[in-house]
Structure formats: structure tokens, C-alpha cells
Design a protein around this ligand. Structure first.
Ligand code: PHE
Length: 360
């Protein structure tokens, strides 16, 4: 019968000395594995006489239990040491300053939409929307644009395949169809019948077949519409003067109302703002030049009638303005096409901080 003390002390020493989980497993295999020292002792049991076998077997089993307990204990110690080491290595210093992150910026179009919505909002206008894909009736006929009007010509308008019922479809060439959509709304008609006043702005995308430094096939307009029983040309003028001065942040910005023609307004006026080109550089404000920025007029009685309202009772004004254009003018952005190139370098240069935008 062998003396177990050597095997025992070797096995327990190997367990204690294991510096990591890999070494610990090697110690386990050395003692308890298929060819391990303790397993070897088990194999000798069969060669012993019955009484010896019983006595020696009990001692070997006890040794096995002792080694297993030591393995467990060491494993627990090594695991918590590994966790401690990990926690120490991954410690975060919450007092360190935040690493600067590159912030996104607002596109000038979105910024200008927010600015004009804020200004018109203070005058009681609400924001209205309409579809980019319009039917011919809302885009043209409702607005008193006759079938032979040049605006319908193929060179201006993107025509789409007609609807299944034959309705001709277009990409809207202006935001004016939303005038018709809004006046036709039953809730709006009820509000007007109750003596209310309709005041909307419609910022959105518009489309025309055109492409150069100041025209892109997709561009943005803001429509304005006021309808009630008393609104007249003086209101139109006051509203647009106030808007332009607030938008360009120039209190005495000169404005010029020039007689013009639109099928859907009568009388119609185009509005110019004063500017100078001194030294070849454009400056908005007093000067000897004018820049056209919008079209406007009193809503044509035919339009009011087409939209289900009585022109003997209701009247009002409308205007349409190029958002891209006023953005270029206000922020000195030279080329319209760059607006839609999705070039991040351009956006970082001309974009606006979201927080600045909100503060306006
Ligand atoms: N819809 C016109 C255009 O796109 C602008 C406009 C709107 C003019 C409303 C008068 C009234 O040119």
C-alpha cells in the first residue's frame, strides 16, 4: 500500500500554485484526470485483498474529495481576482471632461423654414402641407390657369403617368395647390362661415424642369394665404413688409411692390427688396438696386369660386416666395446647386447649430 502523503502534497501544492484558470485545470488533470496520480491509485484497488481495499479505498476517496475542494476554492479565488483586475483596468474617471463630439448641423433650408414659420406664426399663420405629387386640377385648373397657359407647357412641368381613372398627374410646380386644398377643406369652410379667418403658410418642395446656378429641378417655396371677409391689399402690403424686415433683420429695409400678373391673383404684385452692389458685393438694405423675392396678389374670385367659396363674401391675399432664394440672400450662399449636393463639408460650413436655431 502506498503512502498517500506525497501524492497529496504534490496535488495540493499544484492547486495552490496555479496562477490562472488554465494552470488550475492542468493541476486538476494531473491529479484527477484519466492518467492522474489519484486516478492511478484508484486503479490499484482491484489488486488488493478485500479488507485492505475497503480501508485504502476510503482514504483515496477522501483524498479525492480534498483535492476537489481545493480546486473549487482556488477556482473561486482566481475568478474573483480576474474580475478585480478587469474592474481596475476598465475604471472610468467620471470627472474627466466630455470628449468633444462632432455635432450635426441644420441645413439652411430647414433653418430658414423655421425662421419664417416663427415670424408668420407671430402674425397668426399656421403651417399647412400638401402632396408633392399633385393632380393637374389642384396644380393648375383650380388656380385659374387655363389649359393653354404657358405654365403647363412640357418644358416647365414634370408630368407623371395619369392615375388609373385618367386624372393627369404632375410634380407640383408651386405650393399654390395647397391654397385650393385648404379652402376646399370642410372644417375650414365651416370656420370661415362662423366668421373666422384663414391664415396659412405652406413651406415645401416644388419642381420645375430647370437647372443652372440659380435654378434646380427641385426647389422650395413658401405659400401664404389669408382668406376672410375683410382682408384687403393694405393687409397684404403690411404683412409682407413686416415679414421681409423681420426675416432680413433690417428695420428700414426698402420694399417695392411692382404690378405683375398671375392667373390666380388680381391685382397681382411682385415684391422687390432694396440692395446695393457696391464693389461687386451684394448687400441687402438701402442701395440703388432691387432684387425680386416674391409674387403676391389678392386671390382671384375664380379661385375662390373653384374652391367652393362665394367670392361675393370671401376675399383675401396670397403670396409665394422661393425659400432657397431668400436663404441664399440672407446667408450669402452663392450657388443654389450646392444646397442639394449632400456634401458634408458644405453643410459644416453653411449649416446651423440646432441650439442656435431654437434660440431664434
Ligand atoms: N405660385 C406663384 C409662383 O410659383 C407664386 C405666387 C403665389 C404668386 C401666390 C401669387 C400668389 O410663381
Amino acid at each position: 500500500m502506498e503512502d498517500l502523503s506525497t501524492i497529496r502534497s504534490e496535488a495540493l501544492q499544484a492547486v495552490e500554485a496555479a496562477a490562472d484558470l488554465g494552470a488550475l485545470d492542468a493541476a486538476r488533470v494531473a491529479a484527477l484526470g484519466k492518467k492522474g496520480t489519484v486516478t492511478g491509485l484508484m486503479k490499484t484497488l482491484g489488486t488488493l485483498a478485500p479488507e485492505q481495499r475497503k480501508e485504502f479505498g476510503a482514504r483515496v476517496n477522501q483524498l479525492k474529495g480534498e483535492i476537489e475542494a481545493a480546486l473549487d476554492a482556488r477556482k473561486g479565488a482566481l475568478s474573483s481576482a480576474a474580475l478585480e483586475a478587469k474592474l481596475a483596468a476598465e475604471k472610468v474617471d467620471v470627472t474627466l471632461p466630455v470628449r468633444p463630439e462632432r455635432q450635426g448641423s441644420l441645413h439652411p433650408i430647414g433653418q430658414v423654414m423655421d425662421e419664417l414659420a416663427a415670424i408668420f406664426g407671430e402674425m397668426g399663420f399656421t403651417w399647412a402641407d400638401g402632396p408633392d405629387i399633385e393632380d393637374d386640377w389642384h396644380n393648375f385648373s383650380a388656380l385659374n390657369i387655363p389649359p393653354d397657359h404657358p405654365a403647363r407647357q412640357m418644358q416647365d412641368t414634370f408630368y407623371l403617368p395619369p392615375r388609373a381613372d385618367g386624372t393627369p398627374m404632375v410634380l407640383r410646380t408651386h405650393t399654390s395647390p395647397v391654397q385650393a386644398r385648404t379652402m376646399l377643406d370642410k372644417n375650414v369652410q365651416k370656420m370661415l362661415a362662423d366668421g373666422g379667418s384663414l391664415r396659412i403658410i405652406v413651406p415645401g418642395r416644388t419642381f420645375r424642369i430647370d437647372n443652372d446656378a440659380t435654378h434646380t429641378p427641385m426647389f422650395h417655396q413658401v405659400e401664404g394665404l389669408v382668406i376672410d371677409r375683410t382682408t384687403h391689399m393694405g393687409h397684404l402690403k403690411g404683412c409682407l413688409v413686416d415679414f421681409c424686415r423681420a426675416f432680413f433683420e433690417i428695420d428700414d429695409l426698402p420694399l417695392r411692390f411692382r404690378p405683375s400678373y398671375f392667373p390666380f391673383t388680381e391685382p397681382s404684385a411682385e415684391v422687390d427688396i432694396g440692395c446695393s452692389w457696391k464693389g461687386g458685393e451684394l448687400k441687402i438694405g438701402a442701395g440703388d438696386s432691387w432684387l425680386e423675392i416674391l409674387g403676391s396678389g389678392m386671390v382671384h374670385p375664380n379661385v375662390i369660386r373653384n374652391c367652393g367659396l362665394d367670392p361675393e363674401i370671401y376675399q383675401g391675399f396670397a403670396f409665394g416666395m422661393g425659400i432657397d432664394r431668400i436663404a441664399m440672400l440672407k446667408y450669402g450662399i452663392p450657388d443654389l446647386r450646392a444646397f442639394f449636393d449632400a456634401d458634408l463639408r458644405w453643410l459644416r460650413h453653411y449649416g446651423f447649430s440646432a441650439l442656435e436655431g431654437a434660440a431664434r
